[in-house]
Design a protein. Structure first.
Length: 569
């Protein structure tokens, strides 16, 4: 018997093993092939954000402004965002760092009141604060933020202008960011902003009119010799950028889709409301009847087969009996064997609302507001959903307020304070030298804007009350949520109490419990009958009818007196 030869081969080299391996790898290879096919047409170029901004800034800004001017929805979204972030204007609460300055608390409080009063006098009068003399400072904040929404950045100049009848020299001049020359030199001039080696802006190139009315580029330094900003150019935080595009611009595609979709649906609805009428007749096309006629019939047609004359007779009938649908209730007599059929356009199902909702969700997200705030549509919304949407929306409001409006307001207040100290309207130890040396400590302030909208004010107030009782909040935090300054509020309450005393009226802010007074709180904390020891147990109450009851407790005696007597006593 001949032995069968055995041949050893390397593992995995057999055809069966190779086929099994290919089958195991097939799903992965197929997935990779499908993924590459799906992403094959999506190959964006990776560039610096500053290059992207420089190439599309003008187009993006023009689209947003066009939407604001021609769409009530876009105007409403931007107005809602402006109302939430700015409102009628942020209010300053001066808070100098008295520890760093070595001032007493009384001196710091007096300085804060004088500074707030002077700034309010400047900000409330357009003649004092606006270079054009038209806008109060609160309105300037609104215009500055609107520019930041539409253009992606706000621009203002800090000018010194002397006017008769105005004791203030500081004026702010708002400019559209389109005045910035979008030019670069490939070195330290990037899109109209000149930067130093570290990327800090040191000058800006602006279009300005010369003596003959022509626009020319002028380079304006951003800061003066003391470090004060002379050009306020603000946009949302970005890395290695000198300009920025509007966040709302990312929703312009959805806006255009919504605009086209709504026009198409409106046209469809209008067509469906218009009906037409068609006359149905037994008379078909003349060419079809002529094809059935013989040559002799066509040469000498009988009156019955003369279709041309028959058509002429029918047309003459309708000339005398016109069908006019414009006259309501008019009935026309039809030609024999004819019918009048009313028709209307056929349309697909009504899917406008869900599609429009998704488009507006994208537009609202680009603007940083909730869908309900942008559209006013609260269908299907619950208290919890509205509250959660408002809480998320409010985080964006605080972010934009702190990034855009607070720096603008702070720089204006610092410039006014510098002028007040230089002119002697406000006196501080050391004068301007101390001001320039300790500017941050002297100019420190907080800015309060509109309060956060609440779905239920009572529940919010109860939440503040519980947190205050727990010690998990402060008056400053509570009043800030309501867009108020706690120090101003308490002083106003004291003034109202004082006026009530003068007029002989009840105090509106009188304490309702002993613990709301200082004496009551001290008495509760330092009880003289306690002496650091637990109180002695009260004597057990005697049952009714027992005569030997020495040293009765007053509370027990009172309870027994008001207790009704039993029958037979």
């Amino acid at each position: 018997m001949v032995a069968k030869p055995r041949i050893r081969v390397p593992a995995g080299s057999s055809p069966l093993a190779s086929t099994a391996l290919d089958q195991r790898q097939a799903p992965y290879v197929q997935y990779q092939r499908e993924a590459n096919t799906f992403l094959q047409g999506f190959m964006p170029l990776l560039r610096d954000q500053s290059d992207v901004v420089g190439g599309s800034w003008e187009k993006q800004a023009a689209r947003v402004i066009h939407g604001y001017q021609h769409s009530g929805f876009i105007r409403g979204v931007l107005d809602v965002s402006t109302a939430q972030v700015v409102g009628s204007g942020l209010r300053m609460s001066a808070q100098p760092d008295t520890d760093t300055l070595g001032w007493s608390k009384e001196v710091g409080a007096e300085f804060a009141r004088k500074r707030e009063a002077s700034f309010q006098a400047w900000a409330s009068n357009p003649y004092h604060c606006d270079a054009s003399g038209q806008l109060a400072f609160g309105q300037q904040q609104q215009a500055f933020y609107w520019c930041a929404l539409a253009f992606g950045e706000g621009l203002a100049l800090n000018r010194t202008i002397e006017r008769p009848g105005s004791k203030y020299l500081t004026k702010f001049k708002l400019l559209p960011p389109s005045r910035i020359a979008n030019t670069s030199d490939g070195m330290n001039l990037v899109q109209g902003v000149r930067i130093d080696g570290d990327g800090m802006p040191i000058a800006i190139r602006l279009y300005a009119k010369n003596s003959v009315g022509m626009l020319e580029e002028r380079e304006v330094p951003i800061r003066d010799k003391h470090g004060f900003l002379r050009v306020m150019h603000r946009f949302m935080p970005a890395v290695a950028q000198t300009r920025n595009v509007a966040d709302v611009a990312t929703g312009m595609k959805a806006y255009r889709q919504f605009d086209q979709y709504s026009d198409a649906n409106l046209t469809q609805k209008m067509i469906r409301t218009i009906f037409g009428a068609v006359v149905k007749s037994n008379l078909q096309g003349l060419a079809a009847f002529e094809g059935l006629m013989t040559e002799a019939d066509q040469i000498n047609p009988s009156p019955v087969l003369d279709l041309a004359k028959f058509g002429e007779a029918k047309a003459g009938w309708y000339d005398g009996s016109r069908i006019d649908l414009s006259s309501h209730g008019r009935i026309a007599h039809m030609f024999p064997n004819d019918e009048l059929d009313f028709v209307e356009s056929k349309a697909a199902g009504d899917e406008f609302d869900p599609i429009a909702r998704w488009l507006w969700l994208e537009i609202a997200a680009a603007a940083g507001v909730s869908y309900e705030s942008a559209t006013g549509d609260y269908r299907g919304a619950t208290y919890s959903s509205v509250r959660m949407a408002g809480a998320k929306e409010w985080l964006g409001v605080i972010r934009r307020r702190d990034s855009l409006i607070v720096p603008f307001c702070q720089e204006a207040a610092d410039s006014v304070l510098e002028e007040d100290i230089a002119t002697g309207r406000i006196k501080i130890p050391g004068g301007l030298d101390t001001f320039y040396e300790h500017r941050d400590a002297i100019c420190r302030a907080k800015w309060a804007g509109p309060r956060q909208p609440q779905a239920d004010d009572f529940k919010t107030a109860r939440a503040h009350e519980v947190r205050k009782a727990m010690g998990a909040t402060t008056l400053d935090e509570i009043f800030t949520d309501y867009g108020m300054d706690w120090d101003d509020a308490m002083r106003q309450q004291a003034r109202e109490n004082k006026l009530a005393d003068e007029l002989g009226l009840p105090r509106p802010w009188a304490p309702t419990t002993p613990l709301q007074t200082r004496e009551g709180q001290e008495l509760a904390l330092n009880d003289p009958g306690n002496d650091g020891q637990e109180k002695k147990d009260k004597p057990a109450r005697k049952r009714k009818g027992v005569k030997d009851d020495p040293e009765r407790d007053p509370d027990d005696a009172l309870a027994e007196e008001v207790e009704p007597a039993e029958e037979g006593d």
